[in-house]
Design a protein around this ligand. Sequence first.
Ligand code: SAH
Ligand code: DHB
Ligand code: MG
Length: 225
Amino acid sequence: MQELWTAVDGWLTETVVRPGAEWIAAEAESAAAGLPPIQVTAAQGKLLHLLARLAGARRVLEIGTLGGYSTLWLASALPEDGSVVTLELDPHHAEVARGNLARAGLAARVDVRVGRALALLPQLVEEGAGPFDLVFIDADKAEYPGYLHGSLALSRPGTLLIGDNVVRNGAVLEAGSADPRVVGARSFHAQVGADPRLSATVIQTVGSKGYDGLTVALVVGDGAR
Ligand code: SAH
Ligand code: DHB
Ligand code: MG
């Protein structure tokens, strides 16, 4: 099925999603700089963009920047005075992202912070950087439960939390998995489902990146508790 998913994804991207030249350039620059091609697809990025607009988001937190491709989709959804804080472990990825964002004229509204997300999140809490209107979780899959905890501390009722790569070609069903990314996704979902502050669903996705999914969770209670 992968060939078909990729072909349909390509056609839908050209016909409906229609990413701008900056998006195409960001993918090319990221590839040329040696970054792994693991960014969200254009169709998924556009979904992030539309959800941010629908939420009226002004402040966005992203965990896992890579070359800033998803960051472009999110930052371009914000009003002129909106801002994105995006967390990235790898300084080279962060540098490539800054270049891509600058080329798209969006650098002024994006703060790319380098470090381990689990260390940076409590710093943001301490700075009083929250609450964010939307959080996109997409860094180390094994750490998703910790990212959820940190994101909730930076949320308010109405904050939208989105997690990428949560279905993992169906491996999320494997209760005995030794893959820390699967363990992370399972534990993340158990926490999302059990947390009375959250109302959530998962969108299963197919496309050029295979079979995966996005968790969409709305904070309906006090995220600071
Ligand atoms: N959101 C991007 C893709 C992110 S890929 C997009 O869709 O365009 C995951 C990124 O998380 C990688 O760049 C990786 O270096 C980064 N990462 C991995 N572990 C991390 C950690 N502990 N803290 C912060 N970033 C991390
Ligand atoms: C990986 C990370 C991602 O965010 C993604 O969308 C796909 C793959 C990875 O670390 O392999
Ligand atoms: Mg991802």
